[in-house]
Design a binder for this molecule. Structure first.
Ligand code: SF4
Ligand code: SF4
Length: 428
């Protein structure tokens, strides 16, 4: 057993908890999780069955935590997890799982397979079997503050462009603001109009906000690769900035997993509750709309459908808010089949889009999304996650589908009316 393999087994040992043990013990081998996973449905390959992706962790549990396994180990029989096996499973755990959570929704005995895959990634990463693309992204996130290597200077340049376009100031390091905005690198680089849309919406709604120069990145590569210590460093960076600026809320951007990482996992990672609340941008926009502070006029006549980002709708419960917002600006909104909590993943979440070797499989898995979109007859696909947006654009391009992809916040900003209440300057 090599030193890294031994460390991987130690990591398996450290993540093994009561939920994992009870999940393995209660699996009734019904196969329902297979039909919920786009990597299985679009390839038909049984190795992409969610529970099968966990086989090494299951083998480890059986060997070390069941009586039969222990007895077999004593007499030198029974299966042990070998390094070669972990190397083989790297594709199943990192390339063919977006941690979308759809399999967890259908399991009749309530197994949270996504939770287990996340835990299994911890052992895989320690044993040296995380893909290069994710390793590089995580290193850049720790060293430079962004998985794509986006520096403060890049953000400042994008802010200047948006200030020029909108004629509005984008506040940087404004102490005492109510809301601290986080961005994903993909927004900063690919969709900087999101920053301009926020400036326009917050100006009309009288929201006091800021971006922190020390913590503007929302993406948590530590969660994606499965290294809790690194995930903790990235969460702590945001917490420190929010406390320094004394904000009341931190806004998670149009990024799926950033919301999960910060809102649900963050306090557990740093071991204490936050001094602020985390709110997803769509939750805030809907709150502003309900409070009469976000007013729009006119309707978009295009045929519009909406892609629910998995982490936001399924693991975050943000289901009605985008529909309420779309209802105010879309004249012809068309729900996808399976839209909402059972929506199908774009195929690029959970670090898959940052993993070059997964590209061919990801494009195959995209066929599910292709059929979903085609069924609506829509020509405009709106979403609320920059990563989904890029993956959707690539998938549509690959399939030669003439469908535009739009961010929901930007769409709302297009229909703002001048008829706004007097700026309240306060919280939603
Ligand atoms: S979390 Fe999603 S991608 Fe991963 S195994 Fe489950 S259904 Fe498949
Ligand atoms: S759906 Fe649940 S019980 Fe059925 S095979 Fe998958 S993990 Fe096991």
């Amino acid at each position: 057993m090599s030193a890294t393999h031994e460390k991987g087994m130690q990591a398996f040992r450290s993540v093994m908890d009561a939920p994992i043990a009870s999940f393995f013990a209660s699996c009734v081998h019904c196969g329902l999780c297979a039909e919920a996973c786009l990597f299985y449905t679009e390839t038909g390959d049984p190795k992409y069955t969610p529970i099968y992706k966990l086989e090494p962790l299951k083998k480890f549990w059986r060997r070390e935590y069941t009586l039969v396994g222990k007895l077999m180990g004593l007499v030198g029989i029974g299966a042990t997890v070998r390094d070669k096996e972990l190397a083989e499973w790297s594709e199943l755990v990192y390339d063919s799982c977006t941690m979308c959570g759809r399999c967890s929704m259908v399991c009749p005995v309530g197994n949270d397979l996504t939770y287990m895959i996340r835990k299994m990634r911890e052992g895989m990463a320690v044993a040296g079997h995380a893909p290069d693309g994710l390793r590089g992204a995580t290193q850049r996130a720790i060293e430079l503050g962004s998985p794509m290597g986006v520096k403060l200077e890049t953000l400042q340049a994008q802010i200047r462009h948006q200030e020029k376009d909108t004629g509005l100031k984008v506040p940087l390091d404004a102490e005492g603001a109510d809301y601290m905005v986080l961005l994903s690198s993909m927004e900063t680089v690919n969709f900087p109009e999101y920053i301009g849309a926020l400036a326009r919406i917050f100006d009309k709604a009288g929201v006091s906000w800021t971006i922190a120069s020390e913590a503007f990145e929302a993406t948590n590569s530590g969660i994606q690769i499965g290294v809790s210590d690194l995930a903790k460093v990235l969460v702590q960076r945001i917490v420190d900035a929010a406390e320094r600026l004394k904000v009341k809320y931190v806004i998670s951007p149009e990024c799926g997993h950033a919301y999960t990482a910060l809102r649900w996992e963050g306090p557990n990672l740093i071991g204490k509750p936050y001094t602020f609340e985390v709110v997803h941008i769509l939750e805030l926009l809907e709150q502003l709309k309900r409070a009469g502070r976000l007013r729009t006029s006119g309707k978009d006549e295009r045929k519009i459908t909406f892609h629910d980002p998995c982490q936001i709708v399924r693991r975050g419960g943000v289901l009605q808010q985008p529909r309420e917002l779309l209802g105010s600006v879309a004249a012809d909104f068309r729900e996808m089949p399976d839209g909402g909590v059972m929506n199908w993943c774009c195929g690029g979440g959970g670090g898959v889009s940052a993993n070059d070797r997964a590209e061919e499989l990801r494009l195959k898995a995209f066929n599910r999304k292709k059929r979903q979109v085609e069924a609506t007859g829509a020509g405009t696909l709106v979403t609320a996650c920059a990563n989904c947006r890029i993956v959707l654009e690539e998938g549509l391009e690959h399939n030669e589908m003439n469908i535009e992809v739009v961010g929901l916040t930007e769409l709302i900003a297009e229909y703002l009316t001048d008829d706004q209440p007097a700026a309240a300057g306060g919280e939603a």
